[in-house]
Ligand binder design. Structure first.
Ligand SMILES: [Cu+2]
Length: 101
């Protein structure tokens, strides 16, 4: 009981100190442009600028897995977008996507 309480307190302290930058980075929307959508494969090809969280210092065009199949219907080639890229099980995945205004 005592150990568990200490552990919980430690996790809480870590969370308080460490979570804000992590969340800010995770949720950061990256500007990009859709160059191709493969609905059947659930893939979206996106041209993006530098992506520091993946050590991509230069912009490039790359294929992302759509985190949600609905994403492949929401965007089309040529759309300017803002998106959140994550690496999930080693695969670059779009977890959020919206059209740029
Ligand atoms: Cu890239």
């Amino acid at each position: 009981m005592k150990i568990r309480t200490l552990f919980a307190a430690g996790a809480l302290a870590l969370g308080t100190l460490g979570s804000f930058p992590a969340i800010a980075q995770t949720d950061e929307l990256i500007a990009g442009q859709v160059t191709k959508v493969d609905e059947s494969a659930g893939k979206i090809t996106i041209k993006h600028g530098p992506l520091k969280k993946f050590d991509m210092d230069d912009g490039m065009t790359m294929v992302f897995r759509a985190g949600d199949p609905a994403m492949t219907k929401a965007v089309k080639a040529g759309d300017k977008i803002r998106f959140v890229p994550e690496r999930i099980n080693g695969q670059f995945t779009v977890t959020k996507i919206e059209k740029a205004k």
